[in-house]
Design a protein around this ligand. Structure first.
Ligand code: PLP
Length: 286
């Protein structure tokens, strides 16, 4: 089956879907994105992703291309056309293609470019990695200062993933001023006793949609949550660690910079939060 993608109002076979070479996303990484998971053919946390998209667009003064209900309709149409049971929907909005290259923003009437496509991942919620946990290394965080905006400037996170791969592990946690900011494409947490510790919101990290949901569920389950920065040294001494993102949900971390955490297997807090998150998200899916 050929994948159908959405480009600027049209549903097209993927090989027919095209964007201009003058698109600001291509030339300047002048665009933002969202990734929404699909479980059982339904969208997880759609409203959170739509709200963050609006905020990212606003922060960069990119025109919001359509209302949330129209966006929801496109997501649903792509899920149906591509018969997605489990997987992800990628959405990108750029400042458009003004027909030439210029550092200055194009005229306000330039139409934003809107692209959406699906990625099928059967059994997304039953990842074998969740049974064993993942290993991470630490790397310096040299990204720009507005990481709260979900831009498509992903070169350094992509390089970080490759550094992790070269070190024989799964991901990298980025460190700035001795404190962990986040993973290459996820938020980072440690657990000490019954307390979950994760960096406070600010311009230094992306405000994860999964993070918000998981912290809410943790509090409802009477777990203690501390939103503060922590060092890699503190993380290595923690009882447990984990990451969250739309595509990995809650994923246990069992090794940091070669140091095994606890017994080297997923801890009870991370495992329980994963269960709760998947169960509650399925229940609320649209
Ligand atoms: N932090 C970064 C840098 C990310 O790229 C992502 C997701 O792509 C996250 C955190 C997690 O955000 P969410 O839970 O909304 O997927």
């Amino acid at each position: 089956m050929t994948r159908t993608v959405y480009v600027n109002g049209d549903y097209l076979p993927e090989h027919e879907a095209k964007v201009s070479v003058f698109d600001r996303g291509f030339l300047m990484a002048d665009g933002v994105y969202e990734v929404t998971s699909v479980l059982g053919g339904k969208l997880i946390d759609f409203e959170g992703h739509a709200k963050r998209l609006e905020r990212s667009l606003h922060e960069l003064q990119i025109r919001k291309p359509m209302e949330d209900d129209a966006l929801l309709e496109i997501h649903r149409e792509l899920v149906a056309r591509n018969e997605i049971e489990d997987g992800m929907i990628y959405l990108q909005v750029t400042r458009g293609a003004p027909g030439d290259r210029d550092f200055a923003f194009p005229p306000a009437e330039t139409e934003p470019t809107v692209v959406l496509f699906t990625q099928s991942k059967p059994g997304l919620a039953e990842s074998p990695q969740a049974e064993t946990g993942i290993k991470v290394i630490s790397i310096p965080d040299i990204r720009w200062g507005r990481r709260d905006i979900k831009t498509v400037q992903l070169l350094y996170p992509s390089m970080g993933k490759m550094m992790a791969k070269a070190a024989g592990v799964d991901d990298a946690w980025m460190v700035e001023d001795d404190h962990v900011t986040e993973g290459t494409s996820n938020n980072a947490y440690i657990v000490k006793g019954n307390t979950i510790i994760t960096r406070q919101l600010g311009n230094e990290i992306l405000h994860g949609i999964t993070r918000a949901a998981v912290l809410r569920f943790a509090q409802e389950a009477q777990m203690k949550v501390e939103e503060r920065a922590f060092t890699i040294e503190e993380a290595k001494q923690a009882d447990e660690a984990f990451i969250t993102s739309a595509s990995t949900f809650v994923m246990p971390v069992v090794e940091i910079d070669g140091m095994t955490l606890g017994e080297g297997v997923p801890g009870p807090v991370a495992s329980r939060l994963r269960e709760i998150y998947i169960e509650e998200s399925r229940r609320a899916a649209l």
